[in-house]
Design a protein around this ligand. Structure first.
Ligand SMILES: [Cu+2]
Length: 125
């Protein structure tokens, strides 16, 4: 008797489980905002690049490259996690001249999923 009562519940459980899987898979770290902002033109050369993500990160496994228009690296030192915000990376920069800069980021979220992306910002004359 108990088995017969359980039977209708099992398909419902399967549906419920399948619905939860996409939400887990989507818990990747995507770029929420940046400073300088994606595509922005700034008047003052920033000393750091700040990247804000949608999920908490394993900062020691994240990599960020910042290059000038000639392809030379302008990031310096290690990418730093923000102790007060697990979703934030801070990238120290060399002194930037006016020009277009490309940021390529590789993020690893706390669920070990990897994401990556790139964008540009400009330091005005
Ligand atoms: Cu994920």
């Amino acid at each position: 008797m108990q088995n017969q009562m359980l039977r209708p519940i099992l398909p419902m459980l399967a549906v419920a489980l399948s619905l939860t899987i996409p939400s887990v898979a989507f818990a990747h770290a995507f770029l929420r905002s940046a400073e300088p902002a994606v595509g922005a033109t700034v008047k003052t050369a920033p000393q750091n690049l700040t990247l804000n993500f949608t999920e908490r990160l394993e900062a020691e496994f994240c990599r960020v490259e910042v290059t000038d228009a000639q392809g030379a690296r302008v990031d310096q030192g290690r990418v730093q996690g923000d102790p007060s915000d697990g979703k934030r990376l801070i990238v120290p920069l060399k002194p930037l001249k006016p020009g277009v800069y490309t940021v390529i980021w590789h993020a690893v979220s706390v669920d070990t999923h990897k994401t990556e992306g790139r964008f540009r910002f400009t330091v005005a004359q």
